[in-house]
Design a protein around this ligand. Sequence first.
Ligand SMILES: Nc1ncnc2c1ncn2[C@@H]1O[C@H](COP(=O)(O)OP(=O)(O)OP(=O)(O)O)[C@@H](O)[C@H]1O
Ligand SMILES: [Mg+2]
Length: 303
Amino acid sequence: MIDVQHVSKHYGPIHALDDISFQIREGTCFGLVGPNGAGKSTLMKILSGILLNFDGDIGVKDWKVSKDRTKIKQQIGYIPQEICLEETLTARDNLILFGNMYGLKGKALHVRMDEVLDQIGLQDRAKDKVMTFSGGMKRRLNIGCALLHKPGIVIMDEPTVGIDPQSRNSIFSVIHQLKAEGSTIIYSSHYMEEVEQLCDSIGLIDKGQLMEFGRMEELLDKHGKPSLFIAGDGIGEAMLQEFGEAEPKGNGYLLNSDEPLFTLEKLVVHCREHQLEPRRLELYQPRLEDIFFNLTGTQLRDA
Ligand SMILES: Nc1ncnc2c1ncn2[C@@H]1O[C@H](COP(=O)(O)OP(=O)(O)OP(=O)(O)O)[C@@H](O)[C@H]1O
Ligand SMILES: [Mg+2]
């Protein structure tokens, strides 16, 4: 169990984190979601024991970050938001550098390096200098460096920003593998679909405050009731008025209704009577993105 207890952090006048508390169960994947400047990286640096000056405390197993930092750091693999590699060295030499930092040496290190290179799909580029790698390959290598000491807790800060689909898939498969091995994963992102796909529980963070926390299904049940989505020629706000509150979404409208199925039935009859042929008419299940918007009034991506 990771127990975040009343964590606050300010950089001078900036309150980056404001009294954050939540728990992460061992062996689960936790997603930290929020817009730019929300405080995700600050929280991840505190969780990984590299940012020390903060209020509150964090419990990991029977330890506290405030007292047992060295023991906790050995349990953690931290992949920072900014890639941290030695560009002039090969992938292999970078792994050796990181391995040595974790006290790995000799045969044990080389065996582990091969396992990690397979895991991140870079075995065939192991002898190439990092400066010849794509952004996605560098990201994968950075992940590999953090996995060498087989940490039980892996913290990844926005690992998929600006990378190619192949590297993205490779990173997802590493995460699935880590999950299957029972690792605890803490994953930050502002891509909601990724978090929905990967994470068991999530924290929504905005302006340093934890707006919501819980299991994915709990949050979707709590904040989002199904509504209707309708799009097509002749479908407009005026026409939808009598069926409920309509708001534009994409190329159509989202129609909020307390009884979506009943409204769907009425809409079908109405469209038939007025010879309207909607391109789309369907039940719309709210997504994480909608929950974030409802809670903060801002879109996650453009915030
Ligand atoms: N070293 C620092 N000195 C001063 N202010 C900082 C420092 N690091 C972060 N901040 C501020 O703290 C707030 C939270 O920043 P943080 O990097 O934790 O956000 P984030 O959610 O990771 O954002 P992003 O999605 O852009 O990575 C921001 O207002 C940021 O400007
Ligand atoms: Mg960040």
